[in-house]
Design a protein around this ligand. Sequence first.
Ligand SMILES: [Zn+2]
Length: 243
Amino acid sequence: MSAVSTHPVTVDPDLSEYSTVMVVVAHPDDAEFSCAGTVARFTSEGKRVVFVLCTSGDKGTSRRDLSSVELAAMREAEQREASRRLGVAETVFLRLGDGELTPDIAFREKIVRQIRTHRPDILITHDPFRPYALHPDHRAVGITAVDSVYPTARDPLYFPEHLREGLEPHKVAELWLYGSENPDTIIDVTETFERKIDALKAHESQVGTGETLAERIGERLRDVGKPYGREMAEAFKVVKMRR
Ligand SMILES: [Zn+2]
């Protein structure tokens, strides 16, 4: 069953005034599963996209012959390749512990620092308000990124040491949440579907050879697009902040 929102939905909004997008995720492959079709559209339209990886996914395996250090190195290499395939300008690794993220002020400082450094118009992250979202890192990243955008990155008395380092406060214009129960914005990703699958296949430690990926992901994206007359789409809840 595809979830059809009861809220007014915008399909392919005009984003021509925006030039920079930041995607803040918990683990390597989160961005590819959730929003890579949209990211590929943005980069092909000339927008600068920056990925912020809060962890390097150092516990994401059932193998017993790998250490966390080895796994993290492997997954960072996979993420760099996925980012390259999507045309992402910069990939930042915060290297916090996989499964250990907590939405505290120290974590928020790290995300605010990235916002004040890269100055995105749009910030895309996990929807922390989704009921029964089970991975603690997804909840922690979502809530911390949302709290970083408003009010923390915006107001100069938060982390004044940033100002002394030359990092000015910054207002993000729009917050885009994926995995939302109440999406209100649909992006047509029919044209960039192949690039999304290609980027997902870079995460070999997670998807193996990825033989069934196109079928599985394609089905999901078709479910999202169909009610809006699009072949394939990704969905977001958008919160507008800058006025
Ligand atoms: Zn994840």
